[in-house]
Design a protein around this ligand. Structure first.
Ligand code: 6MZ
Length: 349
């Protein structure tokens, strides 16, 4: 008899074989390969520390941010950033993805000759190594685009926030398509970010905002939803507050759902009680994403298999969710059309 683990693995394998994967919410430095991280950490004498960071049990969100400190410490050289960006894209391709929208926070590391400009350049070089010029045109094995993140914990002045917007605008020709607001959800306040995000939106960049990832942020969630970003990340606590949830439903803003991330960080008690179920019941636009494959020991095909196991999604449901993810993505329209045609195969678009 098949165990549920076997059934899950078989579903993940079928998802990989379909090759229709789309992930629009994954943070580059949360998706570093085990081997790469250990190699880079060992070269800096931090191999043991890196090994100790592998999550073997759920940890809260704040301790995940501690993990990122070490990842950033060992991964922020131009060579490493380029390599990691390339490997992340290749790993998604091997997992059956045909489009990935990677996000990352531009960083300065003067002691290693890294500026925010050269960081972004290295990311885009890595994406180009994997996908070709500009991250590909929708016809290759995988196409990728990049979103630059504003880190709530570190980007604490208007000047730093605006620098990220400027960087994104300067690098659009190489495949930067949007801005994300992420990082420690308890740091900073929406009023600080809104003017810069408005400028980015007016200039045509897509905007994705982490929303309702922690409790007691209802006022901010309502502000964010009424500003209407193109996509919202997580919305765990949005669903638990009637006024916030009403606003979300009325807004029709697509939600990027990261099942394992939310369960690992204990925002959701279990997969079975994940708010995926409520959003799907209420036909809220949604997509399935990984967030941080390394941190949460997952892959996109595995997340789909979890949705199958706990919420009964079929392979055709997965195909349809992936098509929606392309529609919600920030990639240029002609590329979107090509990707949609590939995902839908013979079925009408
Ligand atoms: C909020 C997150 C996150 O930018 O260095 N990040 N922000 N919530 C999450 N849920 C778990 N996971 C990752 O990738 C790592 C950075 O992404 C953000 C954090 O700011 C983290 O430092 P990059 O490529």
């Amino acid at each position: 008899m098949l165990s549920s683990g076997d059934a899950c693995a078989r579903f993940a394998s079928a998802v990989r074989d379909m090759a229709v994967g789309v992930d629009v919410h994954c943070h580059i430095n949360g998706c570093v390969r085990d081997d790469t991280l250990l190699e880079l950490a060992s070269a800096r004498g931090l191999g043991e520390e890196a090994r100790a960071l592998v999550l073997d049990a759920p940890r809260d969100l704040m301790s995940c941010f501690e993990i990122f400190k070490l990842i950033h410490e060992v991964c922020t050289t131009r060579e490493a950033v380029r390599r990691i960006a390339r490997e992340v894209v290749m790993d998604f391709a091997a997992d059956g993805a045909l489009y990935v929208e990677l996000r990352t926070t531009p960083k300065n590391a003067p002691e290693r000759g890294v500026t925010k400009d050269s960081y972004v350049e290295a990311v885009l070089d890595g994406v180009e190594d994997a996908c070709g010029v500009g991250g590909g045109d929708g016809t290759g094995k995988i196409t990728a685009r990049v979103i630059l993140s504003i880190d709530r914990g570190r980007d604490d002045t208007a000047a730093k926030i605006n620098e990220t917007i400027e960087l994104a605008l300067r690098n659009r020709h190489r495949g930067v398509v949007g801005i994300d607001l992420s990082g420690d959800p308890k740091a900073g306040s929406w009023d600080m970010y809104e003017p810069a995000l408005q400028r980015a939106r007016d200039a045509g960049l897509g905007i994705a905002v982490h929303c309702g990832e922690v409790a007691n942020t209802e006022d901010e969630q309502r502000q964010i939803i009424s500003w209407a970003p193109d996509r919202l990340g997580h919305c765990v606590f949005t669903v638990r507050d009637a006024a916030c949830y009403d606003a979300l439903r009325a807004s029709h803003i697509p939600v990027e759902l990261c099942l394992t991330s939310n369960v690992f960080t204990k925002s959701n008690e279990s997969y079975a009680s994940h708010h995926f179920k409520i959003l799907r019941r209420d036909a809220v636009p949604l997509c399935i994403c990984t967030d941080d494959t390394w941190v949460f020991r997952t892959t996109l095909s595995r997340e789909c298999a979890i949705a199958h196991t706990h919420f009964g999604l079929s392979l055709e449901d997965i195909r349809s969710i992936m098509a929606d993810a392309v529609r919600f993505s920030f990639v240029e329209t002609p590329v979107k059309t090509k990707l949609l045609a590939r995902i839908q195969g013979d079925t009408a678009s």
